[in-house]
Design a protein around this ligand. Structure first.
Ligand SMILES: [Zn+2]
Length: 279
């Protein structure tokens, strides 16, 4: 059935593309309700008049930063976990270095792991790269596109942590957003601002796996519920819906189980996954 679906996908590609922008608009909505920073997490001042100098100072420094501390801070997938997904992490920089510490990233991933555990998913870092200073502040839709346009990689979840992310619908900043490249909506990634609270990544993973916001009590996708954030989870219904999307992403090769990937490649060959649309 999967193979049949794969074969017809190419045939319906044109039709698919026509209705995708609508979905993209739905999926890429602003998490405005999450935009109020916690008192302890006020946004940093953007680089001021010294920006050019700082950019020059960092010109070789971004490439020189090491991602090793991030990889060490985030535990790898454990034995027995069903699906191990890799995160390609892109950390923004300001004049002092990375905009967030390894421990902050580790906490985001830990909450995401906790939320995704009922799906049998565990996350680990696949790679760490640093964004140049000029991408510290993600202002526009073009900026969001630019983050991942040339960096996005198939098979992993691409997560960007810039210094600041503006709301593109109204004034103000947001904590995070699930974003699709507008000219090729098969490519999507998660943007988590450096001012985000610890539960932003797990929330954006909900969007990544097809969820919308909800009023369901206790859901991590409910932005206004009375349930304390640390007690919010995906609901049983959300888990079931996410499982279907996960399966489709694994079948299409958009995501690769890091434990099963040698088997997948042997079965179908990497080329078989080329240019497939999600189902
Ligand atoms: Zn949201």
């Amino acid at each position: 059935m999967v193979l049949v679906a794969m074969m017809v996908l190419a045939a319906v590609a044109a039709g698919k593309q026509a209705d995708e922008p609508v979905k993209a608009a739905e999926a890429a909505h602003e998490d405005a309700a999450e935009a109020q920073p916690e008192p302890s997490a006020q946004p940093e001042e953007p680089a001021g008049s010294g920006e050019v100098q700082l950019m020059e100072a960092l010109a070789g420094g971004v490439a020189g930063l090491s991602g090793e501390a991030y990889v060490e801070a985030v535990p790898g997938c454990r034995e027995g976990e069903v699906v191990c997904l890799g995160i390609a992490l892109f950390v923004g920089t300001d004049d002092t270095g990375p905009v967030q510490k390894p421990e902050w990233v580790a906490e985001q991933v830990a909450h995401a792991n906790e939320g995704l555990a009922p799906l049998g998913i565990a996350l680990e870092l696949d790679s760490v790269e640093f964004l140049p200073l000029e991408e510290y502040h993600v202002v526009s839709k073009d900026d969001r596109d630019r983050l991942g346009e040339k960096r996005w990689r198939k098979g992993v979840v691409n997560v960007f942590v810039p210094g600041k992310v503006d709301n593109v619908d109204e004034a103000g900043e947001i904590y995070g957003v699930h974003w699709r490249l507008r000219k090729d909506v098969r490519k999507r990634w998660i943007i988590v601002s450096s001012i985000a609270w610890p539960f932003t990544l797990v929330h954006e993973f909900g969007h990544f796996f097809g969820l919308s916001h909800t009023r369901a009590k206790g859901s991590v996708m409910n932005l206004k519920g009375a349930t304390p954030a640390k007690d919010r989870r995906y609901t049983d219904g959300e888990i079931e819906s996410m499982k279907k999307v996960l399966s489709a992403k694994l079948e299409s090769g958009e995501l690769v189980d890091r434990r099963a990937s040698p088997r997948l490649e042997a079965d179908h060959g990497p080329a078989a996954f080329h240019d497939l649309f999600e189902v």
